[in-house]
Design a protein around this ligand. Structure first.
Ligand code: NCD
Length: 295
């Protein structure tokens, strides 16, 4: 089984994965994939996704093969397809990240082994969405009817695109706030609305007072055509502790990380800031995902 997009998986399967991850996190379940091999193929930088996939695999008894594009035969001109067919012969499942939208879907059609998408360009990042849904459930007890504000570069961030779909599926009230020009693609939002009747508000200015969850992401500078434009948005876009003075006491602040300068560092010390816990949940969640795709 592949996991390429959050659209590939229904709410029942998501709930199954979240419940399994909860049991793994509580020490009430373990995953035994002893003898299997996970290949990680990351064509874009990564800290959390790659390392937590590798750590999760090892905790399931798997061995890990890490493919490094920069020192591979791709440098001699070998094609992406031939590379995949080769790595497929050495592993039981592949976790792939690629800068081109659709590249991981394409990979899954070239090979037969299970493929999981670790992020394809500005398109999808399904396992991050599962971590985000898990983090929301864990900290707020539910997803339905929560007021969830997504704030940041909604045009380029795959985490946000995937997440809005997941939030639609589970009935959250979503407010989308982005610097002007970085709004989420309207067609995609229409798709989510047609499927789930997404209750969405769109704004350029955040109102922190009614949010139960504030989910922030960085400006995705590497996806801008003009690096100067990215720099100028980054300079203007920053949440300060003082901005949160009217926020609910039990607000939860999430972020897929890495954060650059969009969140003032003093916010890290606030009890509402849960992003490092969120990063930790990558381990049980990805263990549950490996179990899901390999069984
Ligand atoms: C995100 C990504 O790669 O899309 N990081 C992650 O996987 N935790 C977020 C980002 O890079 O902004």
């Amino acid at each position: 089984m592949n996991l390429i997009s959050i659209r590939d998986i229904d709410s029942k399967d998501i709930e199954g994965i979240l419940d399994h991850a909860e049991k793994i996190d509580n020490g009430k379940a373990t995953v035994d994939l002893d003898g299997k091999i996970l290949a990680t193929m990351f064509f874009e930088p990564s800290t959390r996704t790659k390392l937590s996939f590798q750590s999760a695999a090892m905790r399931c008894g798997m061995e890990v093969l890490d493919f490094s594009p920069g020192t591979s035969s791709l440098k001699k001109g070998e094609s992406f397809a031939d590379t995949l067919k080769t790595v497929e012969g050495y592993a039981d499942a592949l976790a792939i990240r690629h800068p081109k939208e659709g590249a991981v879907r394409l990979a899954s059609t070239v090979i037969k082994k299970p493929v999981v998408n670790g992020g394809d360009g500005g398109n999808q990042h399904p396992t991050q969405t599962l971590i985000d849904l898990f983090s929301i459930k864990k900290t707020k007890g539910r997803i339905k009817d929560l007021n969830i504000t997504l704030l940041g570069d909604l045009k380029h961030a795959r985490t946000m695109r995937s997440l809005v779909y997941g939030l639609g599926m589970f009935g959250a009230n979503v407010t989308l706030v982005s610097p002007s020009g970085l709004e989420m693609d309207k067609k995609y939002l229409e798709e989510v609305n047609d499927k789930f009747g997404l209750n969405v508000k769109i704004d350029n200015k955040p109102d922190y007072s009614d949010a139960d969850v504030l989910y922030v992401c960085r400006i995705q500078a590497e996806r801008f055509a003009d690096p100067y434009e990215a720099q100028s948005v980054m300079e203007k876009f920053r949440i300060k502790k003082a901005d949160l003075k009217d926020a609910k006491e039990d607000l939860v602040i999430l972020h897929p990380l890495p954060k650059i300068n969009e969140i003032e560092s003093s916010i890290d010390e606030m009890p509402q800031a849960k992003y490092f816990e969120q990063a930790h949940y990558g381990i049980p969640l990805r263990q549950a995902v490996l179990d899901y795709i390999l069984r």
